[in-house]
Design a protein around this ligand. Structure first.
Ligand code: ATP
Ligand code: MG
Length: 406
């Protein structure tokens, strides 16, 4: 029986590692064989700060995760996050110089690497390339230029990149742990894979993953990526807001945030909560004061994101469906509070298309499951661009030849 494609996928953040071992069941259907989450951190501000320590944490985690699914594999797929992730648009053109005047796969690769050189600085590593459009000759837009007669080929790309050194440090930690990185997936791209439908991307959607220290935002319209950004605002800012408003420790504020969220109880003035202060004393406060502080922090985070989007001429009230995912979407009444405050329709985004236990159909698993899905089902943007074994390489060359000349 043919072996099903399988991947160990990780979502590494500053505060946790979540992982799954997943198998591609059929087109678009993924089964999760095992999953795990640890609060051990191996990043700071999205970066590896100690390769040896990070390697040890990753090794321990992956070993346990794979053991649970009775599998073992040296290859893994991993997310990339951090403020230095950026989307750039670039374009390039080449002349079709072969005697037959037909666009070959070598021409496609050449024009794309030209566009990479034009659009991405040398200190950055390309994580994702999406073709916005191809045009041939005098601006005739085509979907697939391969084997077409043409004198000139142009391409417009959307390229997601991060700093090469940061990415290499993560790769190094993973290889020290004894694993090899098969795929690197930018957080917002992973989220889009697990949460969005093709229709969302066609109609226009703003997907926000509000996590712990960061929020990842990605915007699609007409099936094209319009915007991608990671900002340093997240659930921890809401916890800080509760902590400073009520004068309690960060840990206790986190507990209050998870327990009470943003649900308001103005009609029930008797809802009182006993607060334990850091000095060991107790005081009773109205529950609304907790949810007011939580809502205030949440509105500040959302307002920050909204301003960032406006800088890029993306107006939430117009033309976009808004989907909220990430751990913050679990906060009690957060979506309702945002809808009322900003007069917007917002829905919660959870992973779809997976055969998983209910626990994983939750917004805080969007990134991890998206990394798995991207790695398992997404074809490379240039056919056969992934590293291949020798026999496959020969078959690929033969296929290229047949495609280009017949
Ligand atoms: N039930 C809940 N109620 C309120 N907040 C919650 C709940 N569950 C999780 N959170 C918050 O969600 C945040 C963590 O979300 P998530 O797991 O998506 O972040 P992360 O991926 O670890 O970090 P990041 O994406 O920022 O790198 C924390 O601030 C946490 O307090
Ligand atoms: Mg995250």
């Amino acid at each position: 029986m043919k072996k099903k494609p399988r991947i160990t996928a990780l979502d590494i953040s500053d505060v946790k590692i979540a992982g799954v071992v997943a198998e591609l069941e059929s087109k678009n259907k993924i089964t999760v064989l095992s999953y795990d989450i640890t609060n051990e951190s191996c990043l700071k501000n999205g970066l590896v700060v100690d390769i040896t320590k990070a390697a040890a944490v990753i090794k321990n985690f992956v070993k346990k995760l794979q053991h649970k699914s009775h599998t073992s594999s040296p290859t893994i797929a991993v997310n990339i996050t951090g403020e230095d992730l950026a989307l750039s648009k670039s374009q390039a053109a080449i002349l079709i110089s072969n005697a037959r005047g037909i666009i070959t796969s070598a021409d496609l690769k050449a024009v794309i690497s030209q566009a990479h050189i034009q659009g991405v600085s040398l200190d950055r590593k390309i994580i994702e390339t999406l073709i916005s459009k191809y045009t041939v000759d005098d601006n005739v837009e085509v979907i697939n230029p391969l084997r077409m007669y043409a004198k000139k080929l142009c391409v417009q790309l959307s390229v997601v990149s991060g700093f090469t050194n940061h990415i290499n440090n993560l790769r190094k930690a993973i290889s020290r742990a004894g694993y090899c990185v098969k795929d690197l997936v930018a957080d917002p791209i992973a989220d889009s894979f697990s949460v969005l439908t093709e229709k969302d991307k066609e109609d226009g959607v703003v997907l926000m993953n509000i996590g712990c220290l960061r929020s990842q935002i990605i915007v699609f319209k007409k099936n094209k990526m319009e915007y991608l950004k990671v900002v340093n605002r997240g659930g921890a800012d809401i916890t800080k807001s509760i902590s400073s408003s009520l004068d309690v420790s960060f840990e206790y504020a986190e507990e209050l945030k998870r327990r009470y969220g943003c649900a308001q109880f103005y009609n029930n003035q008797k809802q009182e909560v006993v607060l334990k202060k850091d000095d060991g004393t107790f005081k009773t406060i109205n529950r609304n004061l907790i949810t007011d502080a939580a809502s205030g922090g949440l509105f500040d985070v959302f307002d920050f994101i909204d301003k960032e989007l406006k800088k890029a001429n993306i107006y939430l009230e117009k033309d976009y469906k808004i989907i909220l995912t990430g751990g913050l979407a679990l906060m009690d009444s957060a979506i309702e509070a945002l809808q009322a405050k900003f007069h917007l329709a917002i829905s919660a985004g959870v992973p779809r298309g997976y055969s998983v236990v209910n626990e994983l159909v939750a917004p805080n698993w969007s990134t991890c499951l998206g990394v798995a899905k991207k790695s398992l089902i997404n074809p490379p943007y240039v056919p056969y661009s992934r590293a291949l074994s020798a026999p496959r390489y020969i078959i690929q060359k033969f296929n290229d030849f047949m495609t280009d000349y017949f």
